[in-house]
Every structure is written in structure tokens, then in C-alpha cells.
Design a protein around this ligand. Sequence first.
Ligand SMILES: [Zn+2]
Length: 190
Amino acid sequence: MSLDGQMAQERINPDRMIRRYGDGCLRLPCQEVDPTKASTTELIQRMWRILEADGGVGLAAPQIGVNSRVVIIRDPEASVAKSRHTLINPEVVETFGPDVPFEEGCLSFPGLFFEVNRPRGVVVNYTDESGHKHQVRNQGMFARIVLHEVDHLDGVLFSDHLSFLGKLWMAPRLLLQRMGYLFWKLRNGK
Ligand SMILES: [Zn+2]
């Protein structure tokens, strides 16, 4: 892929492009897309440039204001050559194993991390950029990131997984995030 060359040519400011908690587009269910359409290819390339610039491990299209069912994942447990995954129209068909706690972050919640329980493994169906369908069964960080990102496509955020007490505990921080979003919106004219 010539993505790296394009990255060098285009200045990316993830802080300006990633939609934050409080933005209505993060709560909208996303629509399936045609993997072979030019608009899908452009969307995927833009998502990769933003994720690489930010240094995160996963990004869903609604996080950059596009309500399409596309997620990208950079699996930190895989070798560099096998770490990048683009999942178009992903569907979680099964989860397996016990729930495992892990401290998650989200690019739409800058600076906020909290423990989320998720199943250890996942079976996910998706289409690749050539229109070929795949089924992957995996566990560990890959599964966690898939579950986090596919949630985004259904308007579900990681804060929704907190218990009642957890939500109570996090309420002041979530309020600060919302205020941060309003400031961001004013500053960026969104
Ligand atoms: Zn997220």
C-alpha cells in the first residue's frame, strides 16, 4: 500500500478529526457499505492516516463523523506485518471464554481510561477491501478491540459497559469530557 507515502504528504491532526464523547454522531447506528466503492476506499485510507497519526489501536468510522460500518484495528499482540486489519461490515457472530477485565481507552474520550469486562474471544465475520468475505476466530487484544470498535457501529460506547456504581463514580469525569467536547466544537467550528 502507498499509504505511508500519502501520510508523509498529508498533514493529519487527529485532535481536529476525531469526534468526541458528546457528539451525536457517536450514538447513531451505522449503515453497511459497498467495499469496492471508491468512497469506501477513501474512507479506509483516511481512517488509517488518522489512526497512525494518533497512535491508537482501533478506530471506527463514526469516530470521524462517518456513519458507515467500517473499523480498523492495529493488534498490538501481532507482528507488525500481521497487525493491521480492515473490517468492512463486521458482524460479531459469537463470543467465547470468561469475561476478562482490562483498562480500556477510547480516542473519543481523550485521557480517560477505565476497566471494562469483555469476553476473552470473538468470532467475527467481515468483508475485506476486495469484497471477499472472511470469518476470524481470535482472542486477547484482537477480540477486545473488535468488540470495542463494533460497539461503535451500533452507537454503543465503552462507558455504557460500566456498572451502575461505575457510572456514578465516572459521572464527574464524563461530564468533564462533555464540556471538553463543547469547547472542541466551538474551537473547530463543527
Ligand atoms: Zn472507542
